[in-house]
Ligand binder design. Sequence first.
Ligand SMILES: NC(=O)c1ccc[n+]([C@@H]2O[C@H](COP(=O)([O-])OP(=O)(O)OC[C@H]3O[C@@H](n4cnc5c(N)ncnc54)[C@H](O)[C@@H]3O)[C@@H](O)[C@H]2O)c1
Length: 326
Amino acid sequence: MRNILVTGAFGQIGSELIPALQQRYGAEHVIVSDIRMAPLQSRVATERNFEHVDCTQPQQIIDAVRRHDIDTIYHLAALLSAVAEERPHLAWSINMGGLYNVLEAARQCRCRVFFPSSIGAFGPSTPRDHTPQVTIQRPTTMYGVTKASGELLCDYYAARFGLDVRGLRLPGLISYVAPPGGGTTDYAVEIFYQALRYKHYRCFLGPATRLDMMYMPDATRAMIELMEAAGAALKYRNAYNVTAMSISPEDLAAEIRKHIPGFVIDYQVDPVRQSIADSWPRSLDDSAARTDWGFAPRFDLASMTADMLARLGETVTGPEGRRAPA
Ligand SMILES: NC(=O)c1ccc[n+]([C@@H]2O[C@H](COP(=O)([O-])OP(=O)(O)OC[C@H]3O[C@@H](n4cnc5c(N)ncnc54)[C@H](O)[C@@H]3O)[C@@H](O)[C@H]2O)c1
């Protein structure tokens, strides 16, 4: 192993993937990059390990790869589903153009690539329950179009150029380190902050909207385990279905209420995000990931909720500035 480059590193995933990679491979082997500059008191980025890389600029990627002797790229830079629907042209440029530039840099410099696809790569004509690994993919959002096309491009580079590219179809991710970046499943993070602060949350998805979710420690572990798996065992080079729980806002609220009695959820449905959610699967079949490389999540709804409230309860305060009860 030489060195790892992470693009879009200051987002929701990168903020937890970087420390996990640094712990596993040594901080000196992980290069942090983003179109944003490193925050002044960043815990993970220093002058030596940070590169300003805009993924729509191919030369910036190649320069960073060569300068740091990179052999593995975790390509996280993208616009998420709700933002992509507001800015579809920019989403195509960043999500597709950025992936193409990363795959090209990887082809030229012989790097391995991790690509995060999404449940958004499916659409309304996909079977919504127990969604198979291989099935109809006709997404109706720009985000989904870039993820489904991105999966095809990864397959192409693997077949045509022998590139070692691996991917996951990630569900909505729940985490407490960095805020989510404008996705349809953001409610599942916001609800914890509002429950601790105000014992009240107004949800932008309807109560029974069931979607796949995963706690971030399971997601970062899955990415690293997939990248460490024996290549010969991997049947799919576009992306593997993975999930940990299939939950709705009312399920999550009921679980939070076990810790914060009196927590109230009400609903003001955002038609854009609701229609995106309604076009996505309710639960994925992740048996291919379990069989091919041993994927197994550790957190379910109950253990994720308990851990989120315990972690956030250390920093998030109630309206009067008192430590929130968790
Ligand atoms: N968070 C989730 O729930 C989720 C679920 C499924 C898939 N994913 C995928 O995982 C990846 C990372 O998601 P995230 O939640 O961390 O996203 P995020 O929005 O939190 O972070 C994305 C990062 O990319 C950076 N970025 C934007 N444009 C860039 C550019 N041109 N060049 C370089 N960096 C740029 C942003 O500054 C930001 O730090 C994305 O591809 C996303 O589609 C996320």
